[in-house]
Design a binder for this molecule. Structure first.
Ligand SMILES: Cc1cc2nc3c(=O)[nH]c(=O)nc-3n(C[C@H](O)[C@H](O)[C@H](O)COP(=O)(O)O)c2cc1C
Length: 186
């Protein structure tokens, strides 16, 4: 099989999608609670528990995270594609997205930022370190709480017979987790 060079080196990341989306909820300098979808989210360490999220300068969330230092990462379920996409098309600089999209919020457990009541799981974090890469800031967050909707987490992670985290391809394209395969025992 021969390989084909991608048209544009900047599109390298397409090969690392689809990947799970999180709705990043922050409190902002303008006093609002804001919500933005992010798919450039990754576990970084389990001891200590740290998660990283890459936020571009187009996103008001960059300022919000720098200002208030806390976030909840809310995992959307299969029915949330339209809402998640819409949250990524407007900025909290211009719009009160919580009100506009009727997001149902509930108090955070260990952070002062709220969580999204309709998420299938929530990770709460506090900014530990920020790494600048061009226009992007990679926020490393200490995970201070993590909880999933009862009955949806199984032995192998999300019970995909009952739900799926929403995975982002590119643009308006989303995926749900497909077939599970088990590696041979060794
Ligand atoms: C599914 C999806 C995933 C996205 N992932 C990211 C991401 O990881 N990092 C980023 O900076 N922007 C990402 N975006 C774009 C932001 O969500 C978008 O710029 C948003 O309007 C920023 O909102 P804010 O200005 O209220 O922070 C994504 C958009 C969508 C729809």
């Amino acid at each position: 099989m021969s390989f084909e060079e991608l048209r544009d080196l900047e599109e390298f990341y397409h090969m690392l999608h689809p990947r799970p989306v999180a709705v990043v909820i922050t409190r902002c300098p303008n006093g609002r609670v804001n919500a933005m979808p992010a798919s450039w989210v990754t576990p970084v360490s389990d001891e200590p528990p740290v998660v990283g999220v890459a936020i571009g300068s187009q996103a008001y969330t960059q300022e919000c995270l720098e200002c208030c230092g806390e976030a909840t990462l809310n995992i959307p379920g299969p029915e949330h594609a339209d809402l998640v996409y819409a949250l990524g098309t407007v900025s909290g600089r211009d719009v009160d997205k919580v009100r506009e999209f009727g997001l149902r919020l509930v108090g955070g457990r260990r952070v002062s930022v709220p969580a999204w009541q309709d998420a299938i799981g929530v990770i709460e974090g506090r900014v530990r370190q920020v790494v600048g890469v061009g226009e992007v800031k990679f926020f490393l967050l200490d995970v201070v709480a993590a909880y999933a909707r009862r009955g949806l987490m199984g032995r192998w992670g999300w019970d995909t017979s009952r739900t799926s985290p929403l995975m982002h391809g590119w643009g308006r394209a989303f995926y749900l987790v497909g077939r599970r395969v088990f590696a041979k025992k060794r």
